[in-house]
Each structure stands twice: as structure tokens, then as C-alpha cells.
Design a protein around this ligand. Structure first.
Ligand SMILES: Cc1cc2nc3c(=O)[nH]c(=O)nc-3n(C[C@H](O)[C@H](O)[C@H](O)COP(=O)(O)OP(=O)(O)OC[C@H]3O[C@@H](n4cnc5c(N)ncnc54)[C@H](O)[C@@H]3O)c2cc1C
Length: 385
């Protein structure tokens, strides 16, 4: 069932809570506001929900293994994972807890596995299992390793079905999402905010008490409209290649991440139909560009990827690697800078009343989305009580 589209009419020109962005984060926030009986409006510049980063990712439900202890990423991923599995079960959203293997291919990487295990434990991820080479072989005959860590609570989800369900929750509460409506101006008022919107060529203004900026890759640019000292955004693209033919793995297969890299290494994930895909890699860009490489650039990337993948999948057939799609991470850290946490900031952090913004919501944003929605609702309730 396609989502209902909604036009802004003069009776809509005030709302209590205005959420910018119908990606998985804006939708989860609006779902939590709706469940709490609050009146809200979601403004989305694309013609449908989830057209940007929320539909250009790996669709992996992460366990919460790698993030620094106590960070938003660690806490919200672990809580969000449990909430997401429960929500998927309640709403019959397609998902599979396939499990993931982090595979070591030499003694140095085996030491890394121990560090990863301790980090996971510190984050409350207590279900990791150390597997011997023989145990890995029994589970995944195509994988070459010296040993591995099995994360049973890592899985995959149909992100589109998930977002469609969130849209249903919002609309069931008589709240609306307005598509093809781009926020172009934000001004403070005595009681909240005035938001200027270009709705298919028509200029409108909406008054709201609370404004929530969940605009993903564009959140920092929108923040420039209401504050100074906005952290710069860095666009970091990840490419995916599908692997044609019958599935060669049953689990998600990740190499041990190389030290000082921004990604997790070229790994293998599966989609709901069992199709294997490899990626994403990491490449910083000056602007948003989803184009897949062609010709010489494509050949070079395939050769580089093949070398990385063959370390754990020696029988890779390069001919079966087909360019698939790209996603762009909204990173707050640039090349060679330390990874940064999500920035979910309210009045205490940025000094502006009745406003929450979410910057740098890269991975594990999909997994954390329900926990992020819950956190934003709690933040608002804290100021309103
Ligand atoms: C390559 C890659 C792989 C990833 N893999 C995973 C994974 O496996 N698991 C996981 O948990 N996470 C993963 N993530 C992270 C996850 O995809 C994101 O954290 C999440 O999708 C972010 O959602 P969002 O709603 O913040 O952003 P978006 O989905 O980008 O939504 C923002 C919305 O705001 C709208 N918008 C922007 N500006 C305006 C404006 N001015 N007016 C109105 N609307 C506006 C946009 O059109 C967009 O729809 C991955 C990310 C990438 C890039």
C-alpha cells in the first residue's frame, strides 16, 4: 500500500512538533511522538519516505560490537537492536537473525578478535562465541580463516517494510507526512519556530512549538540556518557490488577491521532473498554523488576489492561481482580523523529552546532508530515537565 500523500492546507499552519526528514530517524521520532499522543507533522523534500541514506545501506541489524563504551552509538545500538527485533516480530516485518562471523586470517588478526570481544562485552553484547577454524569450516565451507567470532544477534531487515510500518503508526495517530516539501528557512519565535517550506513551488510557513531536525546528509546545512559553530559534514561514500549466482555464504562475513580505517572492511552481507553482496568501501567526496564507477575506475575497484575479499573467500570469481548501488555516510569526522559519535543535541547542548537536531547519524543509525526515537521523546518530555 503506498503511503498517503498529504498537502499542507491553511488549517495545518500550526503544529506542536515539526520533524524535518522522513528517513528512518525522522519517522521513528514521529512514531514515538504519535504513540505518546502528540500532534506532529513530518516534512520531506522527496516524493516518498526513505529515499536517501535509509534506502542506501546494508540493512544489517548490528549487534553493537565496535563502538566506544558509553557512546550514543554503543548504547542506542544495543537497545535499538532488541527493540527492532521485537518490533519486526510484532508487525511481521521481514527480518532474519542470520548471525555474523568476524574472521581472522592470521595470528595478528586473532589478537584483534580478543580486543573486539572485550569491547563487545563492555557494551553489553554478551553473546559472542569464539569459533575454531574447524567450526568456521563446518558453518561456512567457502570461508578461509584461522578462527572467528560468531555474533548470533546480528541480522538483516527489510528497511522499506520497516519504514512503511512506521509511516502506518504515524498516520494511525492522525499525524501526517508531507512529501515534496523542502524546508528552506528556520526562524525563532517567542513560542517556538517558524519554518519556511517550498511545497511543489508554493511557499508556505508553518509555526511549531518544537522543531526536530532529522535531515540526514542535509541536517548540518539546515543547522546553519539557526546557529553558528555547526560542525562540518563529511560525505563518505560506500559502494556495493552484488555477487551473482547461488549464495556462497549463510552468515554475514566480516574481515577483522584494519586499524585506523573508517569502515569495517569489504564484507559480505545477504539480502532477504539470500543474494550475497559485498561492500561498502569508504571514499570521501566533496558532494553527494551516487554514481557507480565505470570503465577503468570500475576495473581498478574490482581488482582492489577482489584482493581484499580473497583473504577470506579465496574462490571468489571476479566476473560475478556486479556494480550495484552506493550510499553516503553523513560523517562528522574527516579523513584520518578519529571517529565521532552521533550528535543528538537539545537546548542544554546548543542553547536554543524547543529544538533538537541529529547530526552525523551514520551506521548504526538504522539499528538504533527506535532507541533514538525513544531518546528524543524523553528529551522533549524532560523539558516539558
Ligand atoms: C553505506 C551505508 C551503509 C549503512 N549500513 C547500515 C547498516 O547496515 N545498519 C545500520 O544500522 N545502519 C547503517 N547505515 C546507517 C543508516 O543507513 C543511517 O544511519 C540512517 O539511514 C540515517 O537515517 P536518517 O533518517 O538520519 O537519514 P536519511 O535517510 O537520509 O533521511 C533524511 C531525510 O531528510 C530529508 N531532507 C533533507 N533535507 C530536507 C529539507 N531541507 N526539507 C525536507 N526534507 C529534507 C531527506 O530527503 C531524507 O529523506 C549505513 C549507512 C550507509 C551510508
Amino acid at each position: 500500500m503506498p503511503p498517503s500523500s498529504h498537502n499542507i492546507t491553511s488549517s495545518d499552519l500550526f503544529t506542536d512538533y515539526l520533524v524535518i526528514g522522513a528517513g528512518v530517524i525522522g519517522l521513528s521520532i514521529a512514531k514515538h511522538l504519535s504513540d505518546a499522543g502528540k500532534e506532529c507533522l513530518v516534512i520531506e523534500k522527496q516524493g516518498l519516505f526513505g529515499e536517501e541514506t535509509s534506502s542506501r545501506n546494508s540493512e544489517v541489524i548490528h549487534a553493537g560490537i565496535y563502538y566506544p563504551q558509553g557512546s550514543f552509538k554503543a548504547r542506542l545500538c544495543v537497545t535499538g537492536k532488541h527493540q527492532l527485533y521485537n518490533y519486526c516480530q510484532q508487525r511481521a516485518i521481514e527480518h532474519k537473525p542470520l548471525g555474523k562471523l568476524i574472521v581472522a586470517t592470521c595470528s595478528e588478526e586473532e589478537e584483534q578478535l580478543s580486543l573486539i570481544e572485550s569491547k563487545a562485552q563492555a557494551n553489553g553484547v554478551l553473546d559472542l562465541e569464539r569459533l575454531s577454524q574447524a567450526q568456521v569450516n563446518a558453518l561456512e565451507p567457502n570461508v578461509k580463516s584461522t578462527s572467528a567470532l560468531l555474533s548470533p544477534s546480528t541480522g538483516i531487515i527489510d528497511a522499506h517494510q520497516y519504514m512503511l510500518s512506521l509511516v502506518g503508526d504515524i498516520e494511525d495517530a492522525s499525524n501526517a507526512i508531507v512529501y515534496k516539501a523542502e524546508v528552506t528557512g528556520i526562524e525563532p519565535t517567542a513560542n517556538g519556530w517558524t519554518v519556511s517550506i517550498n511545497n511543489q513551488g508554493e511557499q508556505l510557513t508553518v509555526q511549531c512549538r518544537w522543531l526536530i531536525n532529522a535531515a540526514g546528509l542535509h541536517a548540518n546545512a539546515l543547522a546553519e540556518l539557526y546557529m553558528t559553530d555547526v560542525p562540518p559534514i563529511h560525505y563518505c561514500r560506500g559502494l556495493y557490488f552484488s555477487y551473482s549466482g547461488t549464495p556462497v555464504f549463510q552468515h554475514l562475513i566480516y574481515p577483522v577491521p584494519e586499524k585506523n580505517t573508517v569502515g569495517l572492511g569489504i564484507h559480505a552481507t545477504l539480502d532477504m532473498a539470500g543474494q550475497v553482496k559485498f561492500g561498502p568501501d569508504t571514499q570521501y567526496l566533496d558532494s553527494i554523488d551516487y554514481q557507480m564507477p565505470v570503465d577503468k575506475a570500475l576495473a581498478e575497484i574490482k581488482a582492489k576489492w577482489a584482493q581484499a575479499i580473497k583473504r577470506y573467500f579465496p574462490t571468489l570469481d571476479e566476473q560475478k561481482l556486479q556494480p550495484s548501488y552506493a550510499g553516503i555516510r553523513p560523517k562528522l569526522s574527516g579523513p584520518n580523523e578519529a571517529a565521532q559519535d552521533f550528535r543528538i543535541e537539545g537546548p542544554n547542548e546548543h542553547g536554543l529552546s524547543n529544538l533538537i537536531h541529529l547530526l552525523g547519524i551514520e551506521s548504526p543509525g538504522l539499528t538504533s532508530s527506535l532507541a533514538i526515537g525513544e531518546y528524543v521523546l524523553q528529551l522533549i518530555d524532560q523539558y516539558e515537565s
